[in-house]
Design a binder for this molecule. Sequence first.
Ligand code: HEC
Length: 178
Amino acid sequence: MPGASGVDTTAGREGDKMRTRMGLLVAAALMAGSCAEEAPAGPPFRTDTSVRMLMANMVDPAADLLWDAVGTVIDETGETRWEPETEEDWLQVRLGAMAIAETANLLMMDGRARDQEQWIEMSQGMADAAMLAFAAAEAEDAEEIFDLGETVYNSCNACHGVYWIDDADRGRAVTPEP
Ligand code: HEC
């Protein structure tokens, strides 16, 4: 006999169906969402500049700003020592250190990274060394810049020893390409 409870039951069943449909919709929306997350996202970075071009035109000139900043030459006329003096000189050292550190990020980008382990570690090693040099440049500590020049040099060599191989011309003087 149809009564209030019967109507309630029907309404309840309709409600269940509704909830089920809603549930499916929510699930579909979630799946669509997770698919969208898997698609490549982020800014349209360009990586058509090769590792080699970055090395020749950015990393190497930047390292020279660091390595040439402090030095000593001893010859028959005696000892000549130089270090950054003006604010302009120090800015060049900071520029060099900062450019090396940031190039590490460029080297780690998809399309440039040769693998996801050692390459990444070595890029980070270079960035760490460069940021130490940056701090020394901020402190205008010439002695420290000289010492850290070697630390940076070692970070370059560590990677070259593993990835810059099978190149007969390795070690040649670099002529920057456009
Ligand atoms: C994460 C790895 C890595 C680090 C760190 C690295 N390099 Fe390189 N470098 C390479 C590779 C790889 C090549 C060879 C080019 C190639 O195979 O694409 C290269 C080549 C070069 C070249 C030759 C470019 C040419 O014209 O052929 C120079 C110069 C150079 N690197 C300088 C440096 C200096 C200076 C540093 C440190 C301040 C440094 N690199 C740090 C990976 C690295």
